[in-house]
Ligand binder design. Structure first.
Ligand code: ADP
Ligand code: ADP
Ligand code: MG
Length: 660
């Protein structure tokens, strides 16, 4: 076994690999760029080597620098994680030539599977069912149209070297091909330096199901069952689970057998993933093979009890797999949510910045027999930078059943608190709370189907309204008690105004907590863990634990439970009467303005008066906290006025640009 390995990656996956290496008694070295000097991975590793500038092209993608770092530290092997050099056959060859072990598959297997056209040909020869289409390069737009018409619309135009959801486009007709073919080709050239394109049938409303395989250097290959990753946005995975609610035993076996056959045919000797698209009728077709550890590997680890990173290290060191196919079993169900630095309320625009607050849920065994796991590479105060993937962490839960895993995920998301940047936790919570998700009727169109107009949060259920109101009354009562010291009586009758909803309630503080009567069954709010000023309010309502986030507003409180946010006023009956007579306060309409999110210096204004702007286009660049922040249009529109110019200093919430 190795005594020291180097991790050629960063962030959560570097931390993930360090944890297993440490448990195996292997010393770790990480490499780091300028942006990661102060990172958690650097702090955790036994040694760290600086390899260059923040852009990956100056650091994590430079094979020479990785090899130098290996030489300098005497590491015997390199784990590439995912992304960066993980699927680069040249890098694997280079290490071999230098006598360094690559903790991944052999270069021939990477080469054969790294390219979508080649891997599709290979898969077809190995007896794997592939998506109908043209397995070969396409020369030009005329050729693309001819092929598309042979296959029959809709088709998918794909970059052979594509990855991470890039270099893919659906074409529903000839015009789409005329437009899409050159576009995909240009994107492929720019992103992958390789403009080979192919076209296959677009499977409508499919599901993404993939098989985890694991091979060793002695010709053994097993699979560790499937993961379903159908909850996607722009062809990128957001929620993954294992096993798949779609598969029955026969399909699971057929898919597993095909994946193993393909892995054996390429001499696969590490962890890898064979991806399929599947119809609702359980027909399935090969998409691609990823010759690396997959982002969503934790769900497989949770249902099989196998540490995939450990197995990758062991087989790279020459050990034989310690189990055969028959030894592997699915135990329970696991879910993973990718927590991204993006603002779901604003069209999922990227929202990088500093994690002013970062408080993940507790990990490990939970009451009720579930497990929570959070794979992260950040701590409070760290920055999610523009240079790398905007993932903050991967939150996974395990339960004996799918429902239990979903419930555990809902609770874990409630307990996850982040401030300082936009994040998709409320959106993930919404998915967990949807009946369709719970019923397992998934498809890669799920997000488009369920949130056709984007995400605005979910309306409260009756139970959520009860919960949020009880919390508001509790907070108001504490305030009233503080006032009571100055001679007032603590009040017990309230009028609660939550959104457009208003009702009378009576509430009483008891030694165990707060008892609320609102006309329905009595509510008991107990075991409260909250002090004034805290943003997270934990408690138990009629015996069920919950966490909500609370924020004082100019009047009342803003309280969020999962995907639901309510502005709540708790008023004495007398002030409620007065309040009703007041004209409702209108907040200024800022929906047509681009405001400065923080104080800073305007670097550029990228639009002019009268210009038509599309969602996502750059409106202005603002420098703040030594970082350039790109402000994008949140909707299509025409610029009515530009209020500032490059070089101006602006305050938070200052209007920069106004739309008509
Ligand atoms: P696929 O869907 O094909 O499995 P994934 O979404 O699972 O692809 O993840 C692979 C992608 O993860 C890479 O192509 C890259 O964009 C991104 N990535 C690379 N390095 C890291 C990292 N250190 N942390 C998080 N994501 C990364
Ligand atoms: P990447 O390398 O970017 O992961 P994939 O080939 O794995 O590219 O495709 C990414 C996603 O795009 C899949 O998970 C699936 O949702 C969708 N997709 C790819 N090919 C097809 C197809 N032929 N029909 C329908 N959906 C597809
Ligand atoms: Mg893929």
């Amino acid at each position: 076994m190795f005594s020291k390995i180097l991790i050629a990656n960063r962030g959560e996956i570097a931390v993930r690999i360090i944890k297993t290496a440490r448990r195996m008694g292997i010393k770790t070295v990480v490499v780091y760029s300028e942006a990661d000097a102060d990172s958690m991975a650097v702090e955790m590793a036994d040694e760290a080597v600086f390899i260059g500038g923040a852009p990956a092209s100056e650091s994590y993608l430079v094979a020479d620098k990785i090899v130098d770092a290996v030489r300098q530290t005497g590491a015997q092997a390199v784990h590439p994680g995912f992304g960066f050099l993980s699927e680069n056959a040249g890098f694997a060859r280079r290490l071999a030539a230098e006598g360094i072990v690559f903790i991944g598959p052999n270069p021939k297997a990477i080469e054969a599977m790294g390219d979508k056209i080649e891997s599709k040909k290979f898969a077809a020869r190995a007896g794997v069912s592939t998506v109908p289409g043209h397995v070969g390069e396409i020369d030009d737009t005329a050729h693309a149209i001819k092929i598309s018409e042979e296959i029959g619309y809709p088709v998918m135009i794909k970059a052979s070297a594509g990855g991470g959801g890039k270099g893919i486009r659906v074409a529903w007709n000839r015009r789409d091909v005329e437009e899409g073919f050159p576009a995909v080709r240009a994107e492929a050239k720019a992103s992958f330096g390789d403009d080979r394109i192919f076209i296959e049938k677009f499977i409508e409303s499919p599901r993404h199901v993939e098989i985890q395989v694991l091979g060793d250097k002695h010709g053994n290959v097993v699979h560790l069952f499937e993961r379903e990753c159908s909850i996607q946005r722009r062809n990128q995975k957001v929620v993954e689970e294992a096993p798949s609610p779609l598969l029955d035993e026969a399909t699971r076996k057929a898919m597993g057998d095909q994946a193993v056959a393909l892995a054996k045919a390429v001499g696969y000797d590490s962890a890898g993933t064979v991806e399929f698209v599947a119809g609702q009728d359980r027909s399935f077709f090969f998409l691609e093979m990823n010759t690396r550890l997959q982002v969503e590997h934790p769900v497989t680890e949770l249902i099989t009890g196998v540490d995939l990173v450990e197995q990758m290290i062991r087989v790279a060191a020459g050990e034989a797999l310690p189990f055969a196919q028959g030894d592997l079993k699915i135990n329970g169900w696991a879910m993973e949510s990718r927590i991204y630095a993006e603002d779901p309320y604003r069209g999922f625009l990227p929202s990088i910045g500093r994690l002013v607050r970062y408080s993940p849920p507790p990990e490990g065994d939970m009451p009720g027999g579930t497990i929570t796991r959070n794979d992260a590479g950040v701590r409070e105060g760290d920055e999610i930078s523009m240079f790398y993937d905007p993932m903050i962490s991967k939150l996974s839960t395990w339960g004996p059943t799918r429902d239990a895993a979903i419930d555990a995920m809902g609770r874990a998301l409630e307990d996850f608190h982040i401030e300082g940047l936009g994040q998709n936790i409320p959106f993930l919570a919404a998915v967990m709370d949807q009946d369709r998700f719970r019923s397992g009727k998934l498809s890669t169109n799920y997000i488009k189907d369920e949130f056709p107009d984007g995400f605005q949060g979910l309306p409260p259920t009756d139970a959520q309204r009860d919960l949020i109101e009880a919390v508001a009354i509790y907070m108001q009562t504490l305030q009233a008690h503080r006032v009571a010291r100055f001679g007032d009586e603590p009040r017990e009758d309230w009028v609660v105004v939550a959104g457009a909803h208003r009702r009378r309630v009576s509430a009483m503080m008891t030694p165990d907590g707060l008892v609320v009567r609102n006309g329905g069954p009595e509510l008991k709010l107990s075991r409260v863990g909250w002090r004034p000023g805290q943003a997270q309010f934990r408690g138990s309502l009629n015996g069920s634990d919950f966490t909500v986030t609370v924020k004082p507003a100019a009047e009342g409180f803003v309280i969020r439970h999962r995907a639901t946010t309510l502005h709540v006023l708790v008023l004495s009956p007398r002030s409620a009467e007065l309040h009703e007579k007041l004209p409702p306060k209108k907040a200024a309409d800022t929906s047509k303005m681009v405001l400065s999110p923080m104080p800073g210096l305007v670097v550029s204004i990228d639009v002019a008066q009268g210009q038509e702007v599309k969602t996502g286009e750059v409106v202005a660049v603002l420098e703040a906290m030594k970082m350039q922040n790109i402000l994008r249009a949140e909707r299509d529109g025409v610029v009515k006025a530009v209020s500032v110019k490059a070089g101006d200093s602006v305050a938070a919430d200052e209007v920069l640009v106004e739309f008509a």
